[in-house]
Design a protein around this ligand. Sequence first.
Ligand SMILES: C[S@@+](CC[C@H](N)C(=O)[O-])C[C@H]1O[C@@H](n2cnc3c(N)ncnc32)[C@H](O)[C@@H]1O
Length: 238
Amino acid sequence: MDYHEALAKLGIGSAHPGGFSSTRRALREAGIRPGQRVLEVGCGTGRTACELAIRYQACVTALDLRPSMLEKANQRANENGAQIEFKRVIGKRLPVLDASFDFVIVESVTVFNSIARMLSEYARVLVPGGYVLDTEMCAAATLPTEVKRAFATTYGATAVPTMSEWKDLFHQAGFADTRIVHSGSVQSGIGQEEEPDLWGLSHSETTGKEVWSIIEENQRVMSQYAHWLQYATFKAMR
Ligand SMILES: C[S@@+](CC[C@H](N)C(=O)[O-])C[C@H]1O[C@@H](n2cnc3c(N)ncnc32)[C@H](O)[C@@H]1O
């Protein structure tokens, strides 16, 4: 079991730096109108997807690699009366058509994958003039080998770009006008929510020792290396 599987078992929602308050802020500034087509990549337990469908009345498709996450997200959507189409990602290509979305929303997903490939997939599925909003970890400076190794082993993040390297990567993937909507310390928001995600707790599976030892290892790595990390929400136009 890895860190992401442990998150899935615990049903942790808003598992991204900045937490749900940064999601709300980014969505308020995004300018999403009712009926617009929004793709969420890596929806986890579906908190953001529900917000998009209910508060913004967007036409939402939500993707995840993990069936256990999709199951929890689907359950959350049903309990909240949110209309969302869920699809599982299998392989490298997102299971949606070219130029079929006005917005792509991503929160703490891209950095755990091949970044260039994910960004080019976001560009492929957006209409010209569409936007990606992506909240990701960023290195505060070029990371020493020891820190890189810790992030790769604990999170499977083999490369953590700095904010300016992220901007270059968006540019190389065909995005124009990449800007940072907001940024902060990587630990901000997580566990400090004004509105904690109690849904996740009440829907978590019975968890064994292994899950808790993975969560503890995450806390140990974070307390040792958090000063090397920041996060930013990037907004880029296709
Ligand atoms: C750290 S969690 C964040 C979940 C959610 N965005 C949130 O903020 O709560 C990362 C999520 O992305 C999913 N994921 C990772 N790589 C993915 C990919 N290539 N396509 C779709 N989902 C992916 C994982 O299964 C997991 O649910």
